[in-house]
Design a protein around this ligand. Structure first.
Ligand SMILES: C[S@@+](CC[C@H](N)C(=O)[O-])C[C@H]1O[C@@H](n2cnc3c(N)ncnc32)[C@H](O)[C@@H]1O
Length: 540
């Protein structure tokens, strides 16, 4: 929760989106400066004879001073040396620059092709000095840029490490505990149902859906052609955690051939692998049923938002296209593409929004891995909820401040200023911003808006970042990802609770009371789940 980090990240984002022009670091005289010179020269030309002789006297004195300095072996200050000096780190001109300028301005050569004639011996040496000065300045600029980059990387690493360590430390308590002992079992079941619903609705491809529709027709009319061989899905899960969604993919309507799970938390990856092995061997199954046929799966520790995924063997084998994104060619977008049918990221993409760079890296990975027609599906915090909570927070704060200011005795010194760090939540979840937030709830620029998130039994004050939805959606267009679906969690329930399969699935998962039909969640749990929404993009 430190302000420095917050600002650093936001600065980093701004820097990335608008690269600083090298010209701005040179002390090239500004328009105002040159204007000032012109008017000084003009003053002399327009003045009467007495002022002209004054100017001549001044010039002579200056020449005498230069000659005296040369005799003592010192180089007289040259207008070029002043021009060539770089600005101080905060952008202010160096001290000498702020002093009044000498009116004597030798004309610069108009073009590089017509070099100025050197009048004095030693001019070449001075030219060499000027070049060395340029080199030194460039070196300084390079070093400063490297330092800034290192600072940014270490700040980003810092947050990524906190997140990784946190998830590594979350204990795996087992299915039975989650179903019976957990204080948030209603919320857990509901979140799992939403993820299953997303998988059921959006994982099948067009051919599968069409075939499914067709087989229904053929069932009534047995004349139909034999079904085409079935294509099985290749699935990539970014931020797969402990493998909690493996069972949901096992139940996907269109069978899965390959599941690749990636997550930076290495302990979680081990647990996911263990879970998969258990599923494959049939251990832990109730009854003595033979182990089910299950897809092939691979798991690797990986930062999916800070790094390119192309160095993972299985990703390369399936196919990843490096030419996605704003710089990609039309040919690449038409004929290129990755090999995965599905990229999914459940409760994870908010970690990418630390910087624009990470967000774009995440999108390059998603779009690079997806084939044309592939789906990117997931769930994350809903920025509409965050924006309305933040603006409501500021509204209330201002009302309190106004009430205090209007008290008959007037406020005590410093009493009116309220804490402007937005926060809200209840017994089971809490959101806290460590620094100032926009009063209108609109997050600009859209990256680096860090908050601390707490969820009972699951997340202990972990830094997350707002995913400003409209900015995100605009960015996805650069990667040929087209939004198909976006819905807040509780609206998904309202839409699907009467669906012939998804409704009963909710019953089996314990989402609703079979007798009353009401959701099995406390009001606090309902508020906590309404923080999220689900989405699905198609790769076009
Ligand atoms: C709330 S958990 C969700 C886990 C799983 N997707 C699920 O729904 O159960 C968030 C996950 O995001 C992962 N994560 C955080 N930063 C990540 C990154 N840079 N790349 C990939 N995953 C990341 C965490 O390690 C954690 O496992």
């Amino acid at each position: 929760m430190d302000n420095n980090n917050e600002n650093g990240a936001r600065d980093g984002a701004a820097r990335h989106s608008t690269p600083r022009s090298p010209a701005r670091t040179n002390a090239t005289p500004s328009a105002t400066d040159s204007g000032r010179h012109r008017s000084m020269e003009g003053d002399g030309a327009a003045d009467g004879p007495s002022q002209l002789s004054n100017a001549a006297i001044k010039r002579r004195r200056l020449q005498e001073r230069h000659q005296a300095l040369r005799k003592r072996g010192r180089t007289p200050p040259s207008v070029f040396s002043r021009r060539n000096r770089s600005r101080s780190p905060n952008g202010a001109p160096p001290r000498e620059d702020r002093r009044s300028r000498s009116p004597i301005q030798p004309r610069r050569s108009p073009s590089p092709e017509a070099p100025r004639q050197r009048k004095r011996p030693g001019g070449g040496a001075r030219q060499g000095l000027a070049d060395r000065e340029t080199l030194r300045r460039r070196q300084e600029e390079r070093e400063r840029a490297e330092q800034e980059e290192a600072m940014r990387t270490s700040q980003q690493r810092g947050v990524a490490d906190v997140v990784r360590q946190h998830y590594n430390a979350v204990p795996e308590r087992g299915r039975e505990w989650r179903k019976t002992e957990s204080k948030i079992k209603g919320l857990r079941s509901f979140n799992n149902w939403v993820k299953s619903t997303l998988i059921q609705k959006f994982s099948p491809d067009e051919n599968f859906v069409a075939r499914f529709e067709d087989t229904k027709d053929w069932a009534n009319d047995s004349q139909g052609p034999p079904p085409a061989p079935e294509h099985k899905l290749l699935v990539l899960d970014l931020g797969c955690g402990k493998g909690g969604d493996l069972g949901k993919w096992q139940l996907a309507p269109q069978p899965v051939d390959l599941y690749v799970g990636l997550d930076p938390a290495n302990v979680s990856i081990e647990q996911a692998r263990g879970r998969y092995d258990q599923m494959r061997s049939g251990r832990g199954q109730r009854g003595r049923r033979p182990p089910p046929a299950i897809f092939h799966a691979e798991f690797y520790p990986k930062d999916c938002f800070g790094e390119w995924l192309g160095d993972i063997d299985i990703i390369q084998q399936v196919g990843i296209d490096a030419n996605v994104g704003p710089g990609g060619s039309i040919m690449a977008s038409r004929y290129g593409g990755g090999g995965f049918d599905i990229v999914t990221s459940m409760f994870a993409i908010h970690y990418a929004f630390e910087t624009e760079e990470k967000t774009r890296q995440m999108l390059s990975n998603v779009a690079g891995c997806l084939k044309k027609g592939g789906r990117f599906l997931g769930v994350c915090p809903n920025s509409d909820v965050i924006s309305s909570q933040v603006s409501a927070f500021h509204k209330k704060r201002k009302e309190r401040e106004a009430a205090k200011a209007a008290e008959p005795d007037g406020p005590e010194d410093g009493e009116v200023e309220e804490d402007d760090r937005a926060q809200w939540g209840n017994d089971i979840y809490r959101v806290q911003f460590p620094g100032a937030t926009p009063e209108d709830g609109v997050f600009r620029p859209p990256f680096g808006w860090k908050y601390s998130y707490f969820m009972k039994e699951a997340v202990e004050e972990v830094p997350e970042y707002v995913v400003p939805w409209e900015a995100f959606r605009a960015l996805t267009e650069d990667y040929n990802l087209e939004l198909q679906y976006r819905k807040p969690f509780l609206d998904i329930w309202e839409d699907e609770k009467n669906h012939p399969e998804l409704g009963p699935l909710g019953d089996r998962m314990g989402v609703r009371d079979r007798v009353t039909g009401a959701l099995n969640m406390t009001p606090e749990e309902k508020e906590a789940v309404s923080f999220y929404h689900a989405y699905c993009f198609y790769k076009v």
